[in-house]
Design a binder for this molecule. Structure first.
Ligand code: 6PG
Length: 466
């Protein structure tokens, strides 16, 4: 019987595209789905290359070369557990199960331990880049055990996006580290997307730019230091005409953003770990606020705040918004990577931040030219916790922070919501403040709750009868 190198469970667009990508690199694949249509679509799209689709789990497992490499691309949560249970009667010790979905890292930890007891390798693996990434080269973030990773490394390196020939995949660390890194990737993604949305709001409603001008300015920015996937697609979005009515589609899209949860998880976990990620928090909050459409319409009718009549210099505004985005993107990466550094220590993941910046340079949604500079900062200062403390970024941040202030000030003056941008500037000011007014918070806590405080001039714990 023919045997196959790699198996995929879940033959939706992402699953099929990932297998087609593997086929392009000379391996043979088999796919399993409950939907017969999807199973046969794989063979059709494989166009004669060695691919087999099936709806039978035992047949799927029996066709795989040992030790088996089985990847799941199924919805996070219970479906992952159900698929694992369906595999257990058929897989054997030494086989590898990879969860390539956006699973919550704590679930991955549980599954890793559960399967380890059965001598089945389990890898939580972030895959970023959407359907196109899966087909032609995603950024891949595997974690689990090195022993499990080695046999599948050649296939993952073959299919991953390449930057200067360097595959955007690397074994990241223990247990659930791969899914944790993907979660933080998505948190940064939320932050960058919100910052771009606020820039759009400012340029449109304070600067008066139309969609064509917005297309031009984002296209221009994508040729400079902001070159990135999100800036690139944003430019294209402004030119997409609406096929149903007239004008550009972007103006017809309802302003209620949805979220599958990965950005929220990043915020929640950052709170638990105690590492602030306010730009990501603001992005999650803004998605929540956008969902309150009815309330916002009611409030809009209630509050008619006078806009200032001050003229805005378009050219100057565009220049400031570009610098504001450069500043805010950098600080958002800094927040996310700081969270990874801290969590890696706490959970003993063994993460290497230079490696993470390196594999994010291509294939993933937050890919950007600036990630090469970020990689360099971590390679020059391996123990670096926060990018704001790196020599590499100091001058650039100092130069661009004033523009970020100006744009945030304009938003506040005009009543244009700049929650992510303003949070980023305030995070920067708080992070670089040698002295914060939290001595007063300590005094208040001791006043009403006798929670004690430390002093600036001597060691010890103190309490005062106020
Ligand atoms: C990626 C994307 C992918 C997914 C988003 C959408 O890295 O390829 O992040 O994982 O499209 O997570 O998430 P939201 O629905 O939460 O925006």
């Amino acid at each position: 019987m023919t045997t196959y190198d790699f198996g995929m469970i879940g033959l939706g667009v992402m699953g099929r595209n990932f297998l087609l990508n593997i086929l392009d690199h000379g391996y043979s694949v088999t796919g399993l789905d409950t939907d017969k249509e999807k199973a046969s679509a794989l063979e059709k799209e494989a166009a004669g290359k060695p691919a087999k689709g099936t709806t039978s789990t035992p047949e799927f497992v029996s066709m795989l070369k040992k030790p088996r490499k089985i990847m799941l691309l199924v919805p996070a949560g219970k479906p992952v557990d159900a698929v694992i249970e369906s595999l257990l009667p058929h897989v054997e010790p030494g086989d590898l199960i990879i969860d390539g979905g956006n699973s919550y890292f704590a679930d991955t930890e549980r599954r890793f331990t559960y399967l380890k007891e059965k001598n089945i390798h389990f890898m939580g693996m972030g895959v970023s880049g959407g359907a196109k990434g899966a087909r032609f080269g995603p950024s891949i973030m595997p974690g689990g055990s090195k022993e499990a990773y080695e046999p599948v490394r050649p296939i993952l390196e073959a299919v991953a996006a390449k930057v200067d020939g360097d595959p955007c995949v690397a074994f990241l660390g223990n247990s659930s580290s791969g899914h944790y890194v993907k979660m933080v990737h998505n948190g940064i993604e939320y932050g960058m997307m919100q910052l771009i949305a606020e820039a759009y709001d400012i340029l449109k409603n304070a600067g008066g730019l139309n969609n064509n001008e917005l297309f031009q300015v984002f296209t221009l920015w994508n040729m400079g230091r902001l070159r990135s996937y999100l800036i690139e697609i944003t430019a294209q979005i402004f030119t997409q005409t609406d096929e149903i009515s007239h004008g550009e589609l972007v103006d017809k899209i309802l302003d209620k953003a949805k979220q599958k949860g990965t950005g929220k998880w990043t915020s929640q976990n950052a709170m638990d770990v105690g590492i602030p990620v306010p730009t990501i928090d603001a992005a999650v909050t803004m998605r929540g606020l956008s969902a309150l459409k009815q309330e916002r319409l009611a409030a809009d009718a209630l509050f008619k705040i006078e806009k200032s009549k001050k003229p805005v210099d378009k050219e100057k505004l565009m220049k400031n918004v570009e610098a504001a985005l450069y500043f805010a993107f950098t600080v958002t990466y800094a927040q996310g990577l700081h969270l990874l550094a801290e969590t890696s220590e706490e959970k003993n993941y063994g993460l290497n931040l230079e490696t993470i910046a390196r594999i994010w340079r291509g294939g993933c949604i937050i890919r950007a030219d600036m990630l090469e500079r970020i990689r360099k900062a971590y390679s020059e200062e391996p123990g670096l916790k926060n990018l704001l403390l790196s020599e590499v970024f100091n001058k650039k941040i100092t130069k661009s922070q004033d523009a970020a202030r100006k744009v945030a000030r304009l938003g506040l003056r005009e009543g244009i919501p700049v929650m992510a941008l303003a949070s980023t500037v305030t995070y920067f000011d708080a992070f670089r403040a040698g002295r914060l007014p939290l001595n007063l918070v300590q005094a208040q806590r001791d006043f009403f709750g006798s929670h004690t405080y430390e002093r600036t001039d001597r060691e010890g714990i103190f309490h005062t009868e106020w």
